[in-house]
Design a binder for this molecule. Structure first.
Ligand code: NFS
Length: 656
């Protein structure tokens, strides 16, 4: 779908309604800016190098014809960098950006973890003791009769040390299947320390350093593993211990969750450190009384972007919307405060807020926005910080104008599918395991598993690709696991309730979902929680019957509406972990055939997983299904789909 063919801004009714209101209110949004600001055709394919002051060097491919070898020779930057070097440099710098964002989030959690262990962060406590002890055992930390805090201190310090480690291997890499670890060692991509791999990308892509695209891309792989199996995994694991491991929770999604007669606070960004406290503060009777004294009936919270997924998973706080709905939330005129921390936050927010009454509040010293109020989050005084934020929202409530429109649309969803929850739901408390899932894959009721994740992109009809792809996958008996904005998109389409199984899923998948009582599309959390997908995939390998590595699983990954550098880092660690991963919208290395071929083909030989690019979501789904079927064939379970029902004897054979 080319940009000019894009009919609507969104397939979501609430979003369409508010986009129209934004136009009527003469508000500039990412949707309208995307109309007037076309992507640079040279930069978007990775053929622009601006890594030094001699450039930017723009070296476009010849238009409409094959490049001759002579032309190719001349296609170089001033320093002599080839199209390959430039595309690879740009690509891995995206990985560095994404891995840095996730990992700095992980570092923040680890710092809070240490503060909590030392008793220096009042209001926080360790909520999941079992997970704390399990991690201590895994890392060889002495438990004995030590207190939780003593153990936590050691875990926190070991986690922090992962970032600055100079040699050896990151600790969580040991969680990967043994075969996977061997592949990483063989290919020289086992990360040493998280920060080190990111810094090395910045060094190697500086002018005049690494000038072999394969070698550049190899470092990209190493940094991405440091993200998925390092920084992101630390974020997820420590957040679970501190705030609780998610379990199934019923909630609602879309901008209709805003309330006419309550103080509406939108929590937007990524790190749940502050938002956890805001959830508590919004339930504090003192705050509720204050809200009532201003004429409101109560305090209503909603989330946008990945922090929304964090507080949804643990507290059932409703989701207001995805990345592309953040501006429209303000256009409702009903948001009293929007509190942001880091990542995926649009700089246009304070400008839009000015046209209504909304207080935009920044909270991170790393992310200030001109025109926003700044209340800095301090982990040593988080309770009061959160109360100050809630108070600012309450103060804004009486200023709400008449120009208010809250769309009616909401959908129910069930979230909270952490790895632990899936394990428990499938196997039961005493026999927690993925075996029933594996068995249903082996017997063919479930064809395979797909992770569909990532952003919205203003260059694409909002949510269209996510929903089309996910529906196509479940219709073909592929169980879908999701995170991020993609998960929210499916929830908005009603795919995350158990009833969706009989309505949208193929017969085999529907049968399994109905037996276990789960939706055909499982919400696993925020973008750092893609690490949960890695753990789930590893658990499937370890439970047996589906090969001995992630690359053997009938599984695939996708980010059909990606836009952020984080998505590229995520995609790369999926690929590096052995997963076929297809992206939509646009592909950032098209300026170099060799680099693109290397990512799409050569990586499969090295890592068992590879990249692909397919903007049409239905075709992309079919590529994923074809890959899943190939893996089924390699496992010798391709015939099983024809004789779906197994008798006891066949089962015994399978288990034996
Ligand atoms: Ni992840 Fe994209 Fe942002 Fe979350 Fe949404 S845009 S890569 S999904 S909120 S991080």
């Amino acid at each position: 779908m080319a940009e000019d063919e894009k009919k609507n801004k969104s397939i979501d009714k609430a979003t369409q309604e508010l986009y129209e209101k934004a136009c009527a209110d003469e508000i500039s949004t990412s949707y309208s800016r995307a109309d007037s600001l076309k992507p640079c055709p040279i930069g978007s394919v990775g053929s622009c190098c601006k890594n030094c002051g001699m450039g930017p060097c723009r070296i476009p491919l010849p238009k409409g014809k094959e490049e001759t070898p002579e032309e190719k020779k001349k296609r170089r930057g001033i320093c002599g960098a080839t199209a390959e070097t430039i595309a690879a440099r740009n690509f891995i710098r995206m990985i560095a950006g994404g891995a840095a964002a996730h990992s700095d989030h992980g570092r923040g959690v680890a710092e809070l973890f240490v503060a909590v262990a030392k008793g220096e962060a009042p209001g926080y406590k360790i909520r999941d003791e079992q997970k704390l002890l399990a991690l201590a055992l895994e890392w060889g930390i002495d438990i004995g009769d030590r207190s939780n805090e003593e153990i936590a201190l050691e875990i926190g310090e070991m986690s922090l040390a992962e970032f600055g480690k100079q040699e050896g291997e990151i600790l969580f890499a040991k969680r990967a299947p043994l075969k996977r670890q061997e592949i990483w060692r063989e290919q020289g991509v086992m990360p040493r320390g998280i920060d080190r791999e990111i810094v090395e990308i910045m060094h190697r892509t500086h002018i005049g350093v690494d000038q072999e695209y394969q070698n550049l891309l190899t470092q990209g792989v190493r940094a991405s593993i440091a993200d998925g199996w390092g920084g992101s995994m630390i974020a997820t694991e420590l957040q679970d211990i501190l705030f609780g491991t998610p379990s199934p929770v019923l909630s609602e999604v879309n901008l209709g969750i805003l309330k006419e007669d309550e103080v509406n606070i939108i929590i937007h960004g990524h790190e749940p450190l502050l938002s956890e406290m805001i959830v508590a503060a919004s339930r504090d009777p003192e705050m509720i009384d204050l809200a009532k004294s201003k004429g409101a009936k109560g305090i209503n919270l909603g989330g946008i972007c990945c922090t929304a997924n964090e507080i949804l998973m643990r507290h059932g706080v409703p989701l207001a919307g995805t990345f592309l709905q953040q501006e429209l939330a303000l256009v409702t005129g009903a948001v009293d405060a929007m509190v942001v921390d880091v990542q995926c936050i649009m700089e246009s927010l304070p400008d839009i807020a000015q046209c209504y009454h909304t207080q935009v509040i920044t909270t991170s010293p790393k992310a200030k926005i001109k025109g926003a109020m700044h209340i800095e989050f301090n982990e040593h005084d988080a309770v009061n910080g959160a109360k100050a934020v809630v108070k600012a929202a309450i103060e804004a409530f009486p200023n709400r104008g008449k120009n208010v429109r809250i769309p009616q649309d909401t959908h129910n969803l069930i979230a909270g599918f952490s790895h632990e929850t899936i394990n428990y739901l499938l196997g039961g408390l005493f026999r927690a395991s993925y075996r029933p899932l594996n068995e249903n894959i082996i017997n063919g009721r479930i064809r395979g598993v797909a992770g569909v994740v990532g952003c919205n992109n203003a260059r694409w009809e909002h949510n269209q690709a996510h929903i089309a792809m996910v529906k196509e996958l479940i219709k073909n008996d592929v169980l879908v696991i999701q995170t991020g904005c993609s998960a929210m998109a499916s929830a908005m389409a009603g795919l995350m309730v158990p009833e969706a199984a009989s309505k949208y899923a193929g017969k085999g998948l529907a049968e399994v979902c109905e037996t276990v009582g789960i939706p055909p599309v499982l919400h696993m959390g925020s973008c750092v929680d893609n690490s949960r997908i890695l753990i789930a995939a590893t658990a499937m390998v370890k439970d047996g019957g589906l090969g001995d590595d992630i690359s053997d699983l009938p599984a695939a990954g996708a980010a059909p509406e990606w836009m952020s550098e984080k998505a590229i880092s995520i995609g790369q660690y999926f690929v590096a972990s052995g997963v076929y991963t297809v992206f939509g919208v646009t592909w950032p290395t098209q300026g170099s055939k060799e680099v693109t071929e290397y990512l799409f083909k050569d990586m499969e030989e090295k890592y068992g997983g590879m990249w692909d690019f397919e903007p049409d979501p239905i075709q992309a789904a079919h590529k994923m299904i074809a890959h899943i079927d190939e893996k089924r064939k390699a496992l010798g379970i391709d015939k099983a789909r024809e004789r779906v029902l197994y008798d006891m004897e066949m089962r015994r054979e399978l288990e034996g």
